[in-house]
Design a protein around this ligand. Structure first.
Ligand SMILES: C[S@@+](CC[C@H](N)C(=O)[O-])C[C@H]1O[C@@H](n2cnc3c(N)ncnc32)[C@H](O)[C@@H]1O
Length: 287
């Protein structure tokens, strides 16, 4: 059967989804689905399409990956599917890092990915920064990825291995709540944090989240307590007592960032960028 025949079949209403599934199953580029191509595995294409329609399974879980800044990131129902906001956050963090002209001699730096999920934040960041001449592997003395979910950490480790390959520095993957079980090296004096923790108020999630999100994605990746800020407050308190300079990028709704700015005056909380639905990327500094 030809691609075009299948696409004209009224059974398949979601044509874009169908094209992506065809490309995935057939191992061809999306562009090739516009050409005269004969399908080799119709039954699998139909099975996956039906999972999308009847089971409401997100396409990213069906395909098994999502594209973030041009990098292929594995996703399973154990991890949140990175959203477009992730790319904004990464761009802000990478640009700041470039501006700082960080090098391995400037200070003893550690980095931590708190609530790493699929490992996308520091995974993609490291892939991009390890390409800079001025910052090879030795830029960071200690690198830690944490999550409260062991299955998520396994996905993160796989993604980091795929992203960094031979260039991969030594990385600790720690199952813990926030920073609780991390043992910092004694000579660290600066900590870089990327932590995109859950920030949706519990009620908002249960009342407003899309049904396929509620059905398929891990709730622990969304639920942030009454006002969404429970884990942010806990992490800021943990960071407050660390004897390091801190740089942290994260994302949340703008009204929430205003609350944190008032509650944590010992930190410099700046809005790095704001975009649709009033979501802000925040940069937090402590000297
Ligand atoms: C919104 S997801 C972000 C995942 C990933 N960093 C990203 O940007 O796609 C939040 C993550 O925080 C994790 N998490 C929730 N509570 C946590 C806690 N107390 N300590 C550490 N991780 C936690 C969840 O398992 C989930 O992987």
């Amino acid at each position: 059967m030809k691609v075009e025949q299948l696409l004209q079949d009224p059974y398949f209403k979601y044509k874009k989804v169908l094209r992506k599934i065809i490309a995935h199953v057939e191992g061809i580029d999306l562009n090739q689905t516009y050409l005269d191509y004969s399908l080799t595995n119709f039954s699998l294409i139909k099975k996956l399409y039906d999972e999308y329609v009847t089971k409401k399974k997100p396409l990213e879980y069906i395909l098994g990956y999502v594209d973030v800044l041009g990098e292929k990131i594995k996703v399973t129902p154990d991890v949140l599917i990175p959203r477009p906001e992730t790319e904004y956050l990464l761009n802000d963090a990478i640009n700041y890092f470039k501006q700082q002209r960080v090098d391995k001699y400037s200070s003893k730096k550690a980095l931590v990915d708190v609530g790493t999920g699929c490992g996308v934040l520091w995974g993609v960041f490291l892939k991009k920064v390890l390409e800079f001449d001025f910052c090879k592997q030795k830029c960071f003395e200690q690198i830690v990825f944490t999550d409260i979910s062991a299955p998520a950490l396994r996905v993160a480790e796989e993604n980091v291995n795929n992203l960094l390959g031979e260039t991969k520095p030594y990385i600790e993957f720690v199952k813990t709540s926030l920073l609780e079980r991390i043992k910092w090296k004694s000579d660290i004096d600066e900590l870089w944090v990327l932590a995109n923790l859950p920030y949706i108020p519990d009620r908002t999630f249960f009342e407003n989240a899309e049904e396929n999100v509620k059905k398929w994605e891990p709730h622990i990746a969304f639920l942030g307590g009454e006002d969404g800020l429970t884990l942010y407050r806990q992490l800021l308190k943990q960071l407050e007592i660390l004897p390091f300079k801190i740089v942290w990028f994260f994302e949340m709704m703008s009204w929430q960032s205003n609350i944190l700015k008032k509650e944590f005056e010992s930190f410099k909380l700046e809005t790095a960028s704001t975009f649709h639905f009033n979501i802000s990327i925040l940069k937090v500094l402590k000297s």
